[in-house]
Write a protein that binds this ligand. Structure first.
Ligand code: SAM
Ligand code: DTB
Ligand code: SF4
Length: 310
């Protein structure tokens, strides 16, 4: 495969806005029917995380007021799975505030995976870094996707997180890919990064050891008590530019318009769908923050005249 340089990506990214959106839309139409994939998030272990991610409410280094929760009992996860199934969700994504899961946490997650699969849904987990053995164990338990974000450009990374390196993230993604679990990897916009960082972030996505099957694009949710609570707002044209550029470079990959939708109007979200986003988190809660109301999402999907759940 030909490699795409940062310069190539920046030419795509910086073209006139309407041309960029139009190009992305045309590539989208060649590769997808218009639909939206619905994913359900569940925070299986909340808070008390030793990493210092400056955007995150769950970090011990931040002063956010959140409800800390140890690993959920199996029946609580099953309740979420059953509700998700009733509302037409395709995948359940389990999030946990770990640097890396210990042995007993991993065994419990394996049981959660069993429950999700028993009810015929796809499973995804995001638990922090994984060794090869841990990744193999999750694969054996039936895990379909592992979410592990690179978050931002390699150059900006140390401004946002100091307790791990960009390369640590890539190493886990290598293990996930070798284990045969589908890779879900994206990032966050609005961390105070520059446009060059956004281009470099997209470039880093194209260089991952295993091509991602799913790319979440989060817009920072500014949680009080975190270091980034008062960072400047992202220009939403940049969000659309990122989605469109990712669509052009990853024609067949699902792009999830993830955290931050509450700050987007229906028309702003529609621009994101127009530019290639075709997946959302569905349900009123993300991990520790609020998400759009289900009824308003249903309403928007119906206004767009598309089907949910590709
Ligand atoms: N602890 C695990 C890890 O970091 O890999 C998994 C959970 S973590 C909350 C998953 C992802 O959520 C992060 O990589 C980040 O991209 C996203 N995230 C966390 N806090 C966010 C926020 N305030 N706004 C937007 N995205 C956020
Ligand atoms: C991802 O990229 N976004 C999700 C999921 N992966 C785990 C998490 C969003 C978290 C938003 C902030 C919160 O609710 O704490
Ligand atoms: Fe911990 Fe993940 Fe939050 Fe970072 S993003 S503090 S690793 S829960």
């Amino acid at each position: 495969m030909l490699t795409t340089t940062k310069e190539d990506i920046s030419i795509i990214y910086e073209q006139p806005f309407l041309e960029l959106v139009s190009k992305a839309r045309s590539i989208h139409q060649q590769n997808f029917v218009d639909d939206i994939e619905l994913c359900q998030l569940v925070s299986v272990k909340t808070g008390g995380c030793p990493e210092d991610c400056s955007y995150c409410s769950q970090s011990n280094s931040n002063q956010s007021e959140i409800k800390v929760n140890p690993l959920l009992p199996l029946d609580e996860v099953e309740k979420v799975v059953l509700e998700a199934k009733t509302k037409g969700v395709k995948r359940v994504c389990m999030g946990a505030g770990y640097k890396t899961p210990n042995t007993s946490a991993l065994s419990r997650v394996n049981e959660y995976i069993g429950v999700i699969k028993k009810h015929g849904l796809e499973s995804c987990a995001t638990l922090g870094s994984l060794t090869m053995d841990q990744a193999n164990e999750l694969k054996a338990a039936g895990l379909d996707y592992y979410n592990h974000n690179i978050d931002t450009s390699p150059e900006y990374y140390s401004q946002v997180i100091t307790t791990r390196t960009f390369q640590d993230r890539v190493d886990t993604l290598t293990n996930v890919g070798i284990a045969g679990i589908k890779v879900c990897c994206g990032g966050i916009l609005g961390l105070g990064e520059s446009r060059a960082d956004r281009v470099s972030f997209i470039h880093a996505l194209t260089c991952l050891p295993t091509a991602p099957d799913s790319i979440p694009i989060n817009m920072l949710v500014k949680v009080p008590g975190t270091k980034l609570a008062n960072v400047e707002d992202l220009d939403k044209f940049e969000l659309v530019r990122v989605i469109a550029t990712v669509r052009i470079l990853f024609p067949k990959t699902r792009i999830r318009l993830s955290a931050g939708r509450l700050e987007l109007s229906e028309l702003e979200q529609s621009m994101c769908f127009m530019s290639g986003a075709n997946s959302i988190f569905y349900g009123e809660k993300l991990l520790t923050t609020d998400n759009n109301h289900q009824d308003s999402d249903k309403n928007l999907i119906s206004k767009l005249g598309i089907n949910a759940n590709g």
